[in-house]
Design a protein around this ligand. Structure first.
Ligand SMILES: CC(C)(COP(=O)(O)OP(=O)(O)OC[C@H]1O[C@@H](n2cnc3c(N)ncnc32)[C@H](O)[C@@H]1OP(=O)(O)O)[C@@H](O)C(=O)NCCC(=O)NCCS
Length: 440
């Protein structure tokens, strides 16, 4: 989704999609950590343009980078054996020498590339560090530990629209240069700056055993993968999961891991509902809320395909608008991904009204995560609160879901309130009738 400044915007829908998110991100800090391997890719120039897009939207970007690849390359060309090449263990003097050279070169190249994009940029040494000391009996030598972040100096830069680059290096009180893990740097910066996000632009994505993308992870889930040291995930990814989980625990609301080898990954992760990477989140950010008249357009466009496929009854804007008080929206991170409606039918000859669970829908991209079952439970509770002891649903294509996953039983049209039965017969949809008794 890189925007070529030489051309007018070609895809207006991209721009609209982006602008929807701008109010919530404006003047919020995003810490972006780019793997060294990604900086060597041909698509890196486009990635920096995407960083420039964020900056132009008044997002305050702090840039961090990793250097594993560059340190390895330089060590190979010099015949140096590294004490560690992932920034996570001991750093001996020879490794430190190579690291300083590789990292300062990368910083300088980044300065040059960003300056060419007319982004005001500085290399900031905003970290107070100490030697990591002796860990498990091993002197870590030139490996550093971050003690403090100079928040004031970084905020001064950000307020002046200057993008700070923070290297994975630090300088202690004795003037010694120490090597840092860039993921730890990103975490410390994000926590200190009260950032809205960390985005790790990694050399790979995070996948399940079956090869599917892991779209979301709770803090506990991320820590679990790190602790198990699952061999499917390399040390680079485990480090991101570890520091990403720590950042969330310390108050950073969202941490994203995107595959930097994918074109447009950064913007697509941030500015689309479904994302393309993995998001680690601290809180349960799902909520089911009452729909409001302003949701009508979103609900209609979300359900359009299912209405076309006749899985849902086609509803006009006016029909939806008139019944909007009965609708509930399931939101993920502020974005609607599902809905359900509960309509009540008073029956003069019955002791309690009947309720219909209608218009149950979950976006295709969020299927099979238990969202529909949550919506059904919510609808049952809503019906109960309205004094209903029985819930019914009409379904053409998801009746098995209601039977097998939601505890409904197949019934017949006689179970429907007379007004609804008449409508049912007129529709000719021949839906299955499903009912569930609600315990008080
Ligand atoms: C039907 C629908 C609501 C299910 O949403 P969901 O969030 O994916 O469902 P959940 O994650 O809660 O449940 C998934 C389980 O239900 C099963 N399931 C989903 N749709 C099903 C269907 N149409 N028939 C039978 N089983 C179904 C899945 O196989 C899965 O089973 P598993 O747990 O054994 O793997 C969703 O697919 C949808 O919106 N469909 C289009 C609209 C529709 O048909 N709505 C119902 C009309 S009222």
């Amino acid at each position: 989704m890189s925007i070529d400044p030489a051309k007018p915007v070609q895809r207006f829908e991209d721009l609209r999609g982006i602008l929807r998110y701008v109010p919530q991100f404006r003047q919020r800090v995003f810490v972006i950590n780019i793997d060294g391997a990604v900086m060597k890719l041909p698509g890196f120039a486009a990635l920096l343009q995407d960083v420039a897009v964020l900056q132009s939207l008044n997002i305050e970007v702090v840039l961090v980078f990793g250097a594993r690849c560059q340190i390895q390359d330089l060590a190979n060309s010099r015949g140096v054996t590294l004490s560690n090449d992932d920034g996570m263990g001991r750093t001996d003097a020879a490794t430190m020498n190579v690291a300083i050279e590789a990292i300062t070169r990368q910083a300088s190249e980044l300065m040059a590339d960003l300056t060419a994009l007319e982004l005001p940029v500085v290399i900031s040494s905003a970290l107070a560090v100490h030697p990591a000391g002796v860990i498990d009996g091993v002197d870590q030598e030139f490996t550093g530990r971050i003690e403090r972040v100079d928040v004031e100096s970084l905020q001064t830069l950000l307020k002046a629209d200057i993008l700070p680059i923070v290297m994975p290096l630090g300088y202690d009180g004795r003037g010694v240069t120490l090597r840092l893990n860039s993921d730890a740097v990103a975490m410390e910066l994000a926590v200190a700056l009260n950032a809205a996000k960390i985005i790790f632009v990694s050399e790979s994505g995070l996948f399940t055993e079956a090869g599917g993308r892991i779209a979301q992870l709770s803090v506990a889930g991320a820590r679990d993968i790190f602790k198990k040291r699952d061999p499917r995930h390399d040390v680079n990814m485990l480090s991101k999961l570890r520091y990403g989980a720590m950042a969330c625990q310390e108050g950073v609301p969202r941490v994203h891991i995107v595959d930097g080898t994918q074109d447009e990954a950064l913007l697509a992760e941030l500015f689309s509902n479904e994302g393309v990477g993995t998001m680690i989140h601290a809180d349960d950010y799902q909520q089911i809320r009452k729909a409001s008249p302003s949701d009508v357009g979103t609900l209609l466009s979300m359900m359009e395909q299912s209405m076309d496929d006749a899985a849902l009854v086609p509803r006009s804007r006016e029909q939806l608008q008139s019944k909007i008080a009965d609708f509930f929206v399931l939101e993920l991170d502020g974005n609607p991904i599902g809905c359900v409606a509960v309509h009540c039918f008073e029956e003069p000859d019955k002791s309690s009204p009947l309720a219909e669970l209608a218009c149950l829908f979950v976006r295709r991209s969020h299927k099979n995560k238990g969202h529909a079952q949550k919506l059904v439970t919510f609808a049952e509770e809503t019906a109960r609160q309205k004094g209903c002891h029985r819930l019914f649903a009409l379904s053409t294509q998801a009746f098995r879901f209601f039977e097998e996953k939601a505890g409904f039983a197949v019934s017949d049209p006689q179970a429907l309130p007379p007004a609804r039965r008449e409508q049912y017969e007129r529709s000719g949809r021949n839906s299955k009738v499903l009912v569930k008794d609600l315990k008080a």
